[in-house]
Design a protein. Structure first.
Length: 272
């Protein structure tokens, strides 16, 4: 059974249901305090026909601090008022910057506005929010993501392997698996980056699986849920971090609980 969630802030809405974090003997990550920040788009990269990667520099009013895996709420003027949407941070806290990764949604006001931004444009936001963060101290971990659910997990992986202490000590003797599900080879977000991470760290295992794999694909096929059993049979004592659409997250949680996973072993965030 999943632990009762820590209380979420009254606003803004999360990018999905962000629960399942055990607070026992762990300090809760900092939550936003209504400070309105402004950030400038420094770089944008097209990842697929519908997905873009954004790198923002925070201009103020002060340094923006967060924990990898959290999200922010972006604000835009709309119909004479103001509207907001929540987006997971796709980077760890390095400098006064953050990354986002999002899909262009047909007819979506926010996603189309953001995907049309050019470097130099500014946005307003509040944060950070959320409790989908790494347990401390780190243990063997299984990350499970689909689509842009890779965003907060990318930040967690960069934090875990980018920390200077990751080159020695507890990080190197802990195994990490990433089971990442998409449809086609060209939609494996951050593929080169994740493959390079696996090449540098023998304890990081990158396992992309394709639900619509071409004939020449030699990797895993099908949905992420179909590959849980072989992994868990060999590695049952792991912490699980799950992010993606609601149906996938709920199914994976059900399977983990059926295998006797303790509530503290499961952390998740699901998108509508």
């Amino acid at each position: 059974m999943i632990a009762s969630p820590l209380p979420l802030p009254a606003s803004p809405p999360s990018p999905g249901e962000n629960v399942g974090v055990a607070a026992e003997r762990e300090p809760a990550p900092r939550q936003g305090d209504k400070t309105r920040y402004r950030a400038r788009l420094a770089r944008v990269e097209t990842l697929t026909e519908t997905t873009k990667h954004f790198e923002f520099e925070v201009l103020g009013p002060r340094h923006f601090s967060f924990t990898a895996g959290q999200f922010i709420s972006l604000y835009l003027a709309r119909d004479g008022g103001e509207d907001n949407r929540a987006y997971s941070l796709a980077s760890p806290p390095v400098g006064n910057r953050f990354d986002l990764c999002l899909n262009r949604v047909p007819g979506g006001y926010f996603s189309n506005y953001l995907c049309d931004l050019a470097p130099g444009a500014t946005v307003d936001f509040e944060g950070p929010f959320g409790f989908f963060v790494l347990r401390q101290p780190p243990r063997d971990s299984l990350f499970i993501a689909t689509g842009t659910g890779i965003a907060p997990i990318r930040g967690m992986l960069q934090e875990r392997f980018g920390n200077p202490s990751a080159s020695s000590g507890s990080s190197t003797d802990r195994q990490v698996w990433l089971l990442f599900g998409v449809r086609y080879p060209n939609t494996i977000l951050y593929r080169d980056e994740l493959e390079a991470l696996a090449a540098r760290h023998s304890n990081f295992h990158f396992l992309p699986t394709l639900s619509r794999a071409p004939a020449e694909w030699t990797g895993l096929r099908g949905h992420v849920q179909e590959h849980l059993e072989p992994l868990l049979t060999q590695h049952s004592g792991v912490d699980a971090y799950i992010c993606g659409l609601k149906a996938m997250v709920d199914d994976v949680r059900r399977r983990l609980k059926a295998r006797g996973f303790d509530r503290k072993q499961i952390r998740y965030e699901k998108y509508d």
